[in-house]
Design a protein around this ligand. Structure first.
Ligand code: NQM
Length: 354
């Protein structure tokens, strides 16, 4: 810590935005850390007006980065979702969008040396379960470059690419051991290829599947059905009572409209994503590729699966092993961009968050 301020870098990671900290700059006690982060971000308050959170789950995210004790990784990445309007900080999920900023942040903070025109940063995703990813960062002049031509739906301006390669841990991608379950009277595929996601056909929820996030969020009946499905599916996926957690997500699937593989609208889980999460998209892609799910698309290949979403599309490269309920993830990769927005000190409001 420095004075009363805390060292913090704000970055756009993929189509999301968050506060990046070195673990050494935060309290080691997780309760104290979470209380501090609520005050830094301005929660609990829908607008987060007294903090640096953006008043939406996609702009109220925290990355905590530290040197890794795992010989296969350079840094550890702990992701924390700070809920805007409630005093909740949850480590129940990771975030592939914030992950896109972890490599650049690790280089900027001197945790990983620049290796050449690009630098590979081996990241160990800590939560909810450890996994490895290699982030290839653009470092042309001995430092991180954020400038480039890579265009990514969900963010309006081009930037330098960050290539994310997930080796896959060969864990089963259908956590209930079935390709289709029935929850709250609706056929659902529960899939987990980095993010627990429930796939539901748009027609089974009485929607087209191309509605805007605002329209879907305003549909109280739909929201109630989605939540009823989620509450039944959570325990079946081994996630326990999911009333107060941000997983599983629910992705409404329907036929592609723009030449892609599938159309998606994703509840995360109460607001509707303006695009789609990274690992959320990888999970959707796994569900699309495996035959027999509610999202299976005949003829789809994993190179890439083009996931259409409210602001464009997201290409995911996926390879699966095995078949049926025993399908496993061999590898996946995506390209994202990230950008440093500010670097300095943040001042949390004083007192306790709750
Ligand atoms: O699925 C939002 C995001 C995410 C998560 C969410 C993400 C991922 O877009 O890997 O990136 O689903 O809560 O930031």
């Amino acid at each position: 810590m420095s004075g009363d301020g805390i060292r913090c870098m704000q970055m756009r990671g993929g189509s999301s935005k968050g506060a990046y900290f070195l673990a050494a700059d935060l309290p080691t006690d997780s309760g104290e850390r979470d209380d501090l982060l609520l005050r830094v971000m301005g929660s609990p308050d829908e607008r987060q007006v007294d903090g640096i959170g953006g008043g939406h789950p996609l702009t109220s995210k925290v990355a905590v980065v530290s040197p890794s004790s795992d010989g296969n990784a350079d840094v550890d990445f702990l992701f924390l979702q700070v809920v805007p309007d409630r005093a909740i900080v949850t480590d129940a999920q990771t975030c592939g969008n914030l992950l896109a900023g972890v490599g650049p942040f690790a280089i900027e903070r001197g945790l990983v040396p620049v290796a050449g025109a690009t630098t590979d940063v081996r990241v160990r995703i800590v939560n909810p379960a450890p996994s490895l990813v290699v982030a290839t960062v653009s470092t042309p002049d001995g430092r991180v470059s954020y400038d480039g031509d890579t265009v990514m739906a969900g963010t309006p301006f081009p930037a330098a690419p960050v290539h994310l390669e997930f080796p896959g841990d060969h864990s089963p991608v259908f956590p209930t051991g079935r390709l289709v379950d029935r929850f709250a009277g609706v056929e659902v595929t529960c899939v987990h290829a980095g993010m627990p996601v429930l796939l539901v056909r748009a027609a089974d929820l009485g929607v087209e599947g191309v509605e805007s996030p605002d329209v879907l969020e305003a549909d109280d009946g739909l929201r109630a059905r989605v939540e009823a499905i989620r509450l039944e599916a959570g325990p079946a996926m081994g996630l326990g009572d999911v009333r107060d957690t941000t997983v599983p997500k629910i992705t409404i699937v329907s036929a592609p409209r723009h030449g892609g593989t599938v159309t998606t609208r994703t509840f995360i889980p109460h607001r509707v994503h303006t695009a789609i999460g990274v690992l959320g998209a990888v999970s959707v892609a796994a569900g699309v590729l495996a035959p027999g799910t509610v999202a299976s698309t005949s003829g789809a290949t994993g190179d890439p699966v083009r996931v259409e979403h409210p602001s464009g599309f997201f290409d995911v490269s996926v390879e699966l092993d095995g078949d049926g309920p025993d399908t496993r993830l061999r590898r996946s990769s995506v390209v994202r961009t990230a950008r440093k927005l500010s670097d300095g000190l943040v001042w949390p409001r004083s007192g306790k968050a709750t």
